[in-house]
Design a protein around this ligand. Structure first.
Ligand code: COM
Length: 517
């Protein structure tokens, strides 16, 4: 099917994507400009966040670029199986925590002892996801003018040649944006019905899970999906080989996040391991054996979620091109996104963690710039980050512990302040937190700003609550440029903002030797 020259509306794309996914139709969709005779500067293999943003940037710089993708839509796993469903589930977790906290009070329905359907939410997502898919295709074709081939299997012939069916494409540079898939460990019982990853949950769930769920892993997806399962009213047991949420390095912020999860009924086994998942005669999960420091524990359940990180979709291609990879199959790149083979770049999840869209998009753009002769580097350590519990946890820069190791005069500003009643103070709060502030003050969040008392510079920040993610995107940029307490104090605040950093800094900024607060 050739769509170049046709203006496909969002509705038409939505219909096409839904029908193609449903029918399994494998006809490729070619959107290639027949009048452009230039050689491609790059082919992006994979049109997810890394491929789409890299391609758009490369074209904006005047280059010619083609995207090839096996799915009938652009945007990759993000809108299909990863970030978008995770945000839907995390939104549900936040909403349900509010509803359960106020169950039977004010205008809230009585949710005591009620379990809500996971299957219904998954089905809602499956039906709704073709909307974002259609927007990606429309935006890429009509607004960004990108050339692409979708719904296509491709074969790499060499570093300058790719084949789709009987069509060969010659290219100056290849950019591998092949993505990754959830890692499934070799645990006995891992293939039983009822064992899910983030990917198979949205594709395959066809029964309503019972009232106990075992989550394996302690990182982002284990916690994010675990909190959702818990919020639906199910007993949720998280089994982590090491500690949970290690990426949130500030100890006090992490402790608050974990305490709030525990107060929602989450159960954690740290330094523990799932030994075996037992099945019944129909091949369905029946129970799980967990090795803990107190011995083996057996939990009856019909639903196990694996949140153990990802593995690269790299094997065949890495072998074919002779690329260097890590022991987990991630393609090794330098800071310019160049692989070990000249003219071959790799971007996004296929280069390894963090499996985040913001990292994928920036890597894609970094590769595009380098291909077009603009020297560019990307270092993931400089990015702010976030994850969901029932709340949204954001962080940037150094943790308090890291700051104290590097600086002699660290100052802290935090809410709630240290006080005899501990957390039972309705601060920081902010929008979406005001009911907690009045009725359950300890649930109104936690935040911390970490400063160097000598240079007055901001070193790091954390926030557990809602609504700070937006602010942290801009704050991180300014912190990297040397933002001080005085700069922050001089900014214009919008009351009530979820992170009170401007207010706190303004209260202290006049003091040449400001103290903690
Ligand atoms: C977002 C996908 S869901 S992309 O990064 O815009 O391509």
């Amino acid at each position: 099917m050739d769509v170049w020259g046709d203006c496909l509306t969002i509705e038409k794309w939505q219909h096409f994507v839904a029908e193609t996914l449903e029918s399994g139709n494998s006809t490729p969709v070619f959107n290639i400009n027949p009048n452009d005779t230039r050689e491609f500067d790059a082919i992006f293999l994979g049109g997810g966040a890394a491929g789409r943003f890299g391609a758009a940037y490369l074209r904006a710089l005047g280059g010619r670029v083609l995207i090839l993708d096996r799915w009938p839509f652009l945007g990759g796993s993000c809108p299909h199986q990863a970030c978008v469903p995770h945000h839907l589930f995390s939104d549900c977790a936040a909403q349900l925590m509010l509803e359960r906290t106020f169950s039977g009070k004010l205008w809230f329905q009585n949710l005591n002892d009620k379990i809500v359907s996971i299957k219904d939410i998954v089905e809602l997502f499956r039906t709704g996801r073709t909307g974002p898919h259609a927007v990606m295709n429309f935006q890429s074709k009509e607004q960004l003018g990108l050339e692409f081939v979708l719904n296509a299997e491709f074969e790499i012939i060499d570093a300058h040649t790719v084949q789709v069916g009987d069509r060969k494409f010659h290219v100056k540079n290849l950019v591998l944006a092949l993505g990754a898939k959830p890692f499934v460990p070799d645990i006995p019982g891992a293939t039983l019905k009822g064992v899910f990853t983030s990917q198979t949950l949205v594709e395959n769930l066809d029964f309503e899970p019972g009232n106990t769920i075992v989550v394996i892993g302690g990182g982002k997806s284990a916690i994010e999906y675990g909190c959702f399962f818990n919020a639906t009213g199910r007993r949720t047991i998280v089994v982590a080989r090491n500690q949970v949420m290690p990426m949130l390095k500030d100890a006090e912020s992490r402790a608050y996040a974990i305490l709030m999860m525990e107060e929602q009924g989450m159960e954690f086994f740290e330094n523990a391991e799932v030994m075996e998942i037992q099945g019944d005669a129909q091949g369905k999960v029946r129970s799980v054996s967990i090795k803990t420091s107190d011995g083996i524990i057996d939990i009856d359940t019909d639903f196990v979620f694996m949140g153990l990180g990802e593995q690269a979709n790299s094997e065949i291609i890495a072998q074919k091109l002779g690329l260097e990879t890590s022991d987990k199959g991630f393609i090794k790149v330098n800071r310019h996104m160049q692989t070990s083979v000249p003219h071959v770049y790799a971007v996004g999840d296929v280069t390894g963690p963090p499996m985040e869209m913001f990292k994928a998009r920036k890597e894609g753009v970094c590769a595009a710039k380098n291909i077009m002769g603009q020297a560019s580097e990307y270092k993931t350590a400089d990015y702010p980050d976030f994850m969901h519990t029932h709340y949204e946890a954001c962080w940037l820069g150094l943790s308090e512990e890291e700051a104290r190791q590097r600086y002699a005069n660290v100052k802290i500003m935090k809410l709630p302040p240290d006080n005899p009643n501990g957390l039972d103070v309705g601060l920081p709060a902010g929008d979406r937190m005001m009911l907690y502030l009045m009725a359950k003050p300890r649930m109104s969040g936690f935040q911390k700003l970490i400063l160097d008392g000598d240079t007055r510079k901001i070193l790091g920040a954390t926030h557990i609550g809602y609504g700070a993610k937006d602010g942290f995107q801009y704050l991180n940029y300014l912190v990297k440029k040397g933002l001080t307490i005085d700069d922050l104090a001089d900014m214009d605040e919008l009351f009530i903002s979820p992170s009170y950093f401007i207010q706190l800094c303004r209260l202290r900024a006049g003091d040449p030797h400001f103290n903690d607060m």
